[in-house]
Design a protein around this ligand. Structure first.
Ligand code: NAD
Ligand code: DAU
Length: 351
C-alpha cells in the first residue's frame, strides 16, 4: 500500500492517526480528507502540515462525486475512515446530521472505493473506526463487551455508528471488499474538542465555571489514551485479519464522579491551588436522555492476536493530558471564544 486516505484527520483521534502515519511511514502518501466541521481543526496538525508525504483535502464524505474523483486522482490503496459526527449530546438534539454523515457518508466512501477498485482488491484495505457504544450498555456485574456481543445501540449517535458498521461488513460479504472494523472505548488526550467530558471540565476548572455532572455521576466509562488508540489503528491496519473485528480498550473503567475528582485534583495541583479548591464547582444536572450506564471493553483478542497493549498508565496519561490543555490555552481559547461559547451556553441552559 502506498496511497492512504485518512478521513476526519483534522479531528481529535484522526489528527493523532495522521501524525503517526506521516512520521512513521515516509514512503506512504497520506491524504487527510476532512470537511472541517465545528470539530475539525487544522491547528491540530500544525507540526506536520508541511511534510512532503502529507496532503490535506477539504471535502464532505457525503459528496459521492468528489469521493469518486478522489479515488481516481490519488489512486488510493487504503482507507482509514474516522470522519463522523461524534458527540452523543448533539445527536440527541439533531439526529439527521448523524444519519447523514455517519451512515450516508460511510456508504458514499464504500461505494467510491468499490467503483475504483473494481473486483481487484489485491493490496487494498478499507478500515472503519467505530465505537464501543454500538454494543449498548452493561450492568455493574464485571462483564465486558467482546467482539461477539450483539449490537444494541441506544443513542442516535450509536445507532448511526452501528448502521455504518453494518454497511462496511455488508460490502465485504456482498462484494468481497477487504474491510476491517474496530470498536474502541472512550479516548482522552490532547486536541479533543472541549464539548467532551475531560477537556470541558479542565477548561471549566481553569475558569472557575460549573462542572455539569449528568445524573448522579455514577455512569462508568472505559478510558484509553488517544495515542494508544492511534498505535492500535496502525497495528490493525497493517496486520489485522480481513473481515475481522477488534475491540480496543485499556481495561480502565472509571465512574464519572471519581474521574471528575481526579481531574479536579490534577488541575488544582498544576495550577498551584490548594487541594479541594475546585470541588465546589461540581454541579449535578439533569441526566443525559438514554444515558448508557456502563461501558467496558475486553481487548484481549487484540493483545493475543496482534500483540497490542496500551503503553500508558492512566495516572500518567491524565496528568499529561491536563498539563497539555493548561500549556495550550491558546488552542483552547481559540475554540471556546465567540460562536462556540454562545452555542455551549445555550446547550447548557436548555438541557
Ligand atoms: P471528532 O468529532 O473530534 O472529529 C471528527 C472529524 O470528522 C472532524 O475533523 C470533522 O471535521 C470530520 N467530519 C465530520 N463530518 C464530516 C464529513 N461529512 N465529511 C468529512 N469530514 C467530516 O471525532 P473523534 O472523537 O476524533 O472520533 C473520530 C472517530 O472515532 C469517529 O468515527 C468516532 O465515532 C470514533 N470513536 C471516537 C471515540 C472517542 O472517544 N472520541 C471512541 C471510539 C470511536
Ligand atoms: O465510548 C466511546 C465514545 O466515547 C465515542 O464513541 C464518542 O464519540 C465519544 O464522544 C465518547 O462518548 P461519551 O458520551 O461517553 O463521552 P462524553 O465525553 O460526552 O461523556 C463521558 C461521560 O461523562 C458520559 O457518561 C456523560 C458524562 N458527562 C459528559 C459531559 C459532556 C457529564 O456528566 N457531563 C458533561 O458535561
Amino acid at each position: 500500500m502506498k496511497n492512504i486516505l485518512i478521513t476526519g484527520g483534522a479531528g481529535f483521534i484522526g489528527s493523532h492517526v495522521v501524525r503517526l502515519f506521516v512520521n512513521k511511514y515516509p514512503e506512504y502518501n497520506i491524504i487527510n480528507l476532512d470537511k472541517l466541521t465545528y470539530a475539525g481543526n487544522l491547528a491540530n496538525l500544525k507540526d506536520i502540515e508541511n511534510a512532503p508525504n502529507y496532503t490535506f483535502v477539504k471535502a464532505d464524505i457525503c459528496d459521492f462525486e468528489t469521493m469518486r474523483e478522489l479515488f481516481q486522482k490519488y489512486q488510493l490503496d487504503g482507507v482509514i475512515h474516522l470522519a463522523a459526527e461524534s458527540h452523543v449530546d448533539r445527536s440527541i438534539k439533531d439526529p439527521f446530521t448523524f444519519a447523514q454523515t455517519n451512515v450516508m457518508g460511510t456508504l458514499s466512501l464504500l461505494q467510491a472505493a468499490k467503483e475504483a477498485w473494481g473486483n481487484d482488491y489485491e493490496g487494498k484495505r478499507f478500515y472503519h473506526i467505530s465505537t464501543d457504544e454500538v454494543y449498548g450498555t452493561l450492568e455493574f456485574d464485571g462483564t465486558f463487551f467482546t467482539e461477539t456481543t450483539k449490537y444494541d445501540p441506544h443513542s442516535p449517535y450509536s445507532a448511526s455508528k452501528a448502521s455504518s458498521d453494518h454497511f462496511v461488513r455488508a460490502f465485504h460479504d456482498t462484494y468481497g471488499m477487504p474491510t476491517i472494523v474496530t470498536n474502541c472505548s472512550n479516548n482522552y488526550g490532547p486536541y479533543q474538542f472541549p464539548e467532551k467530558l475531560i477537556p470541558l471540565f479542565i477548561n471549566n476548572i481553569r475558569h472557575g465555571k460549573p462542572l455539569p455532572v449528568y445524573g448522579k455521576g455514577e455512569n462508568v466509562r472505559d478510558w484509553l489514551y488517544v495515542v494508544d488508540h492511534a498505535r492500535a489503528i496502525d497495528v490493525i491496519f497493517h496486520q489485522g485479519k480481513i473481515a475481522d473485528t477488534y475491540n480496543i480498550g485499556g481495561f480502565n473503567e472509571w465512574k464519572n464522579i471519581d474521574l471528575i475528582k481526579v481531574i479536579i485534583k490534577t488541575v488544582d495541583k498544576l495550577l498551584g491551588n490548594p487541594e479541594g479548591h475546585s470541588v465546589g464547582l461540581i454541579t449535578y444536572v439533569t441526566d443525559r436522555a438514554g444515558h448508557d450506564l456502563r461501558y467496558a471493553i475486553d481487548s484481549n483478542k487484540l493483545k493475543e492476536e496482534l500483540g497490542w497493549e496500551p503503553s500508558l498508565q492512566f495516572e500518567e496519561g491524565i496528568e499529561k493530558t491536563v498539563r497539555w490543555y493548561l500549556d495550550n490555552q491558546e488552542w483552547m481559547d481559540h475554540i471556546t471564544s465567540g460562536e462556540y461559547e454562545k452555542y455551549y451556553e445555550s446547550m447548557y441552559e436548555n438541557r
